[in-house]
Design a protein around this ligand. Sequence first.
Ligand code: DX5
Ligand code: ZN
Length: 225
Amino acid sequence: MEEFKYGDIKLSGSILNVNPLEVHSKIIEADGLLDYIHIDVMDGLFVPNRTNGIKMFKDNIRLENKPFDVHLMVEDPLRELSNYIGASIITFHIETLINSKTMQLDMDQFYDISREIKRMGAKVGIAIKPNTTVSFLRNLLNKVDLVLVMTVEPGFGGQKLIESTLNKIEKVREMGFEGMLEVDGGITPENALSVIQKGANVIVAGTSLFGADDVYDAAWTIKQK
Ligand code: DX5
Ligand code: ZN
């Protein structure tokens, strides 16, 4: 097993496109290699798609005792938080904090959301879309546990990774962030090493993991075991 600068690679399985009846068996197939279950919450406003995140969360929270990694793709994260009590990580998008007139971050809003997430006992994650510049993250890096770099436009599973997002991972590390750096969208056993080498240490995989003929093998390869 290779040694990586930012520690062991964690795998977060996105169940977005998994048949709800198969979620349990797929998780068992991945066996001990799955570190988190990734729940995609979409409100149809922040992204052009909607999911029943609450149902996905409630139906699966007791399964196999896996920690939950909740990804909020919603315009009003604060309003949704109470639905996800028990999650280990709750991540919301930095774009929801950017004032479109001044192009400044609304830090009061950031503190309101992050305080509530901490009060719930979860780690605080901040996500960034492919076209948002990483400089917005500068003042937040010492205030979050996790940075989620989107490697596709959020909204749908099964998309192809956008190559130009890879340098964002590197930039976040160059800015001195040593915490959990998650990547999400289009990650496969074939390209996982390239994102890890840039500095990612938490990998979200949906289609390439749960859609694989051999889920365990896909998980093993993604984690570079
Ligand atoms: C996309 C979601 C992702 C997605 C990942 O908006 O945030 O979590 O489900 O799925 P794949 O691995 O299929 O790209
Ligand atoms: Zn996601």
